[in-house]
Design a protein around this ligand. Structure first.
Ligand code: 13P
Ligand code: SF4
Length: 299
């Protein structure tokens, strides 16, 4: 299958982008593997005719919005991020009425429709920087309350209004589970994704995006780490650090939507070009603005 994928990629001038949560055999054949921000930048710069995005729907949609004339395919169009939908109808309008200077800051884990209603997008790797750079005092942060509250602690000069949404996978990681791992591995450093609850973040030595966690583990001296994020990062962590040990809260966090990106489906979509990401052209145009503003402010 891997040979056929390589061949089809060349024939069709296609590139494969994969998130760190995709299955390891998919990460192995991908041209670029990264966190949401890195993959959005790669999608924007790409000169390929076809982009195959092995991630969840908001990632494929963002690639399409940034490249409306390109064919963007996904191995499984049903792979979705439940948090991307967790904003109540009418709440953005309600907040805009309440605060004159409101900026709606939209985590990239959101539907294209929500992006259209927002002033700027952010990812876990640039949210603090971008919120700091905004001229607005009042910020409505959607959809993730956990990333929003992490940003609020780093940027106390702003009034950050939280929305009631979160990642069901990261929300299941409990402080108690991390404490058990720490008891078993007292020298381990705790590396955490900001989608986790504040009680887990408090126990952490480092908080960052998937790519930041991977870079931290590689560039620091400790030999043991407790990883508080989805276990797809394990592939890169182990490949980069053969002499280090990585532990996970029990049960090991797993995003079933990300795991829908199998090698079989990747080969099939490259062959048949049948699972194309489509975004309404008007939505594409309006959602492009907050995404481009993110790329600009994050520079
Ligand atoms: P990253 O941008 O840190 O890779 O996060 C994406 C995501 O979906 C985390 O659950
Ligand atoms: Fe969405 Fe959570 Fe899966 Fe990330 S891990 S894609 S936030 S459901």
């Amino acid at each position: 299958m891997k040979n056929q994928i390589e061949q089809l990629k060349k024939e069709k001038n296609a590139i494969i982008l994969a998130h760190y949560y995709a299955p390891e055999e998919v990460q192995e054949v991908a041209d670029f593997v990264g966190d949401s921000f890195y993959l959005a930048k790669i999608a924007k710069q790409s000169t390929a005719d076809i982009i195959v995005f092995c991630g969840v729907k908001f990632m494929g949609e963002s690639a399409k919005i940034l490249n409306p004339d390109k064919k963007v395919l996904m191995p499984d169009l049903t792979a979705d991020c439940p948090m991307a939908h967790m904003v109540k109808d009418g709440i953005i309008e309600e907040m805009r009425q309440k605060y004159d200077d409101l900026a709606v800051v939209c985590y990239i884990n959101s539907t294209a429709y929500l992006k259209c209603k927002s002033d700027v997008c952010v990812t876990s790797s640039n949210a603090v920087k971008i919120v700091k750079a905004l001229p607005n005092k009042n910020i409505f942060f959607i959809p993730d309350k956990n990333l929003g509250s992490f940003v609020a602690k780093q940027v106390p000069e702003k009034n950050i209004i939280l929305n009631d949404g979160c990642c069901p996978i990261h929300a299941k990681i409990e402080a108690e589970q991390v404490l058990i791992e720490l008891k078993n591995h007292p020298d381990a450093k705790v590396l955490t994704h900001p989608e986790c609850d504040a009680s887990v973040i408090e126990l952490s030595d480092y908080v960052g995006s998937t790519a930041d966690i991977i870079a931290y583990a590689k560039n620091s001296n400790p030999k043991e780490f407790i990883i508080c994020t989805e276990d797809g990062v394990d592939y890169k962590l182990i490949t980069d650090n053969r002499e280090k040990c990585f532990y996970y809260p029990n049960p090991r966090p797993c995003c079933t939507d990300m795991k829908l990106n199998t090698l079989e489906k990747l080969l099939s979509v490259l062959k048949n070009e049948d699972k194309e990401v489509t975004v309404d052209p008007k939505v594409c145009k309006d959602a492009l603005k907050p995404l481009e503003r993110m790329l600009e402010l994050a520079k």
